[in-house]
Design a binder for this molecule. Structure first.
Ligand SMILES: [Mn+2]
Length: 331
């Protein structure tokens, strides 16, 4: 495994050396995808021509240094034929870079055949869609994979290190998720020598809830239900984004309920947060500390990691729960 990663690393480094123009594309935003995108942008721009794209609004990532380098645009309309190489970060599948909530199912990414593609990710269910796929679940985050690729090879600026730290802190939920490994800590030690923003990031990511966000969480907490199906027990809650008319539901608003409340409940196999969205779809986010929930996400066409996975569905909440129960009875 180590050897395979080392070989891929050398291949990626020599490919990057050989190209001049790059576009970086990141998955739907979280601290890992956005932090990784900004870090790789900084690393490449030292010697190359590089553009960084997002299909999404990034308002809640404004505190990350350099976030204005993102070109926020409808990516399905961009002609990537002008670039030598496209680098995908934190993308389980290619369509994850598109905000299909705006125009569900209508948008599609077009990659010209002459453009070389590199996929850097850590999702278990990654579809290996690129010319080089640097994908390993050994990494807690894409930020950590970037550390593995570039830490000793390139000089990192303070802003690059801050963004990589945000990526690792975000995806490990501050080193509490099981994806946290020895290498995560080793990266953090190295990055903390370059940036003094560790405490700043912790404050911004975990201690910045507004009164309004707190109220939404209290409301959603009232919807918590416990279920027992076959040999499994689980807990779920509903976040009604329509009712709160919150067009900007932040990751932190969700993660307070998801990671601090639902996932901290004892004696259940997994937890599920259901977000009702404005386009009448629902977003299902699964968390567990043992059971492989990526398999449940996959029955809805989603995916992710063994202990954290998600999907979007156009089913009603009741039908989605029935579908989960049917799956659980079979396994
Ligand atoms: Mn990630």
């Amino acid at each position: 495994m180590e050897n395979k990663l080392e070989k891929l690393k050398n291949k990626i480094i020599s490919k990057i050396d050989s190209f001049n123009t790059f576009a970086i594309l990141v998955s739907d935003p979280d601290y890992d995808s956005i932090g990784s995108g900004l870090a790789l942008f900084n690393i490449l721009k030292q010697k190359k021509s590089v553009k960084l794209f997002s299909d999404f609004n990034l308002y809640e990532y404004n505190f990350l240094p350099g976030v204005s380098n993102f070109i926020i645009t409808d990516i399905s309309k961009v002609n990537f034929g002008h670039f030598d190489c496209l680098i995908f970060l934190d993308c389980n599948d290619i369509d994850q870079i598109l905000d299909n909530q705006k125009k569900r199912g209508e948008k599609e990414l077009k990659i010209p055949k002459n453009v070389y593609t590199i996929n850097i990710d850590h999702h278990k269910t990654n579809k290996h869609f690129a010319n080089i796929n640097f994908v390993s679940t050994k990494f807690s985050s894409t930020g950590e994979a970037l550390c593995y690729l570039f830490l000793n090879k390139y000089n990192l600026s303070q802003n690059t290190a801050t963004n990589l730290l945000a990526a690792i802190i975000g995806d490990t939920n501050c080193f509490r998720n099981k994806n946290t490994n020895d290498y995560s800590f080793s990266c953090v030690l190295t990055l903390r020598k370059i940036t003094n923003k560790y405490n700043y990031l912790i404050q911004k990511i975990f201690y910045s809830l507004s009164k309004f966000e707190l109220k939404m969480n209290i409301e959603a907490t009232k919807s918590i239900k416990f279920k027992s199906t076959g040999k499994y027990k689980y807990v779920y809650a509903i976040f009604d984004r329509i009712k709160h008319s919150s067009k900007n539901l932040s990751k932190r608003q969700k993660s307070l309920l998801q990671d601090e409340i639902l996932n901290s409940i004892n004696n259940v196999d997994f937890s599920l947060l259901i977000v009702k969205r404005a386009d009448n779809t629902i977003k299902l986010s699964f968390r567990s500390r043992k059971m492989d929930v990526s398999k449940i996400a996959e029955i809805f066409g989603g995916g992710g990691h063994k202990l954290a996975a998600g999907a979007v569905s156009s089913l009603s909440i009741d039908s989605a729960i029935s579908k989960i129960d049917k799956y659980l009875l079979k396994t």
